[in-house]
Design a binder for this molecule. Structure first.
Ligand code: ADP
Ligand code: ZN
Length: 193
């Protein structure tokens, strides 16, 4: 077995919706570009809010990205890269462990693996792939949004249906913006029923 490369690392940027995950990912990639390193950006097929071939922050910043539906595709397309980025990791359609294994494989090969994703679903439960990756990553940054109710730091994504909290059995992977999700703090978050 070949020894993992010392340059490889996994960096997780997590938090609730509107916490600036994509903004931070784009900032890091800009620096990668300045360093003239080879990079690739991937976005899960499911996230079609801004068109399939880009990642976009709510601030309006955008970068071109390759749509993928599995971590295997990310591995297959990362051959020449020094850095890879995956936005909205929670949307990847794979088992949590295979996502972790794929990211670990890339880091073992010497790649810098930048991951942005929600740490919790709208029921405030961990997204498993993201939480497992947080445990094994070299660097974890948890970002906060602002609670739309009280102005405190928000850590949770409140999903709304007709202005009311979504029921407990609603799907966890629904793409949407301000009409469907609000950033809320612990006190203002209304649990799903
Ligand atoms: P994420 O990827 O975490 O959803 P984005 O990078 O897409 O976040 O967007 C972050 C931006 O969203 C902020 O810089 C801010 O301009 C905007 N924004 C909208 N609503 C909020 C909120 N409730 N709290 C903080 N930022 C918000
Ligand atoms: Zn609040």
């Amino acid at each position: 077995m070949t020894r993992p490369s010392s340059s490889g690392r996994v960096e997780i940027i997590c938090g609730c919706m509107y916490s600036g995950k994509t903004e931070e990912l784009i900032r890091r990639i800009r620096q990668v570009r300045i360093a003239r390193q080879q990079f690739r950006i991937f976005t899960p097929h499911l996230d079609t809010r801004y068109g399939e071939d880009q990642i976009a922050s709510h601030t309006g910043a955008r970068l071109e990205a390759q749509p993928v539906s599995s971590i295997a595709e990310v591995l297959a397309r990362s051959e020449d890269a020094q850095v890879i980025a995956i936005d909205e990791l929670h949307f990847l359609n794979d088992t949590p462990q295979s996502i972790v294994d794929g990211c670990q494989t890339l880091a073992d090969r010497g790649l810098r693996v930048l991951i942005a994703g929600l740490d919790q679903n709208y029921r405030a439960e961990p997204f498993e792939a993201v939480s497992r990756l947080m445990a094994v990553a070299e660097q974890v940054d948890k970002l906060y949004a602002i609670c739309v109710r009280c102005g405190a730091y928000a850590t949770r994504s409140q999903r709304l249906i007709d202005g009311k909290p979504a029921p407990h059995d609603a799907p966890t992977l629904v793409v949407g913006g301000l009409d469907l999700y609000e950033a809320r703090c612990r006190a203002c978050y209304e649990p799903a029923l």
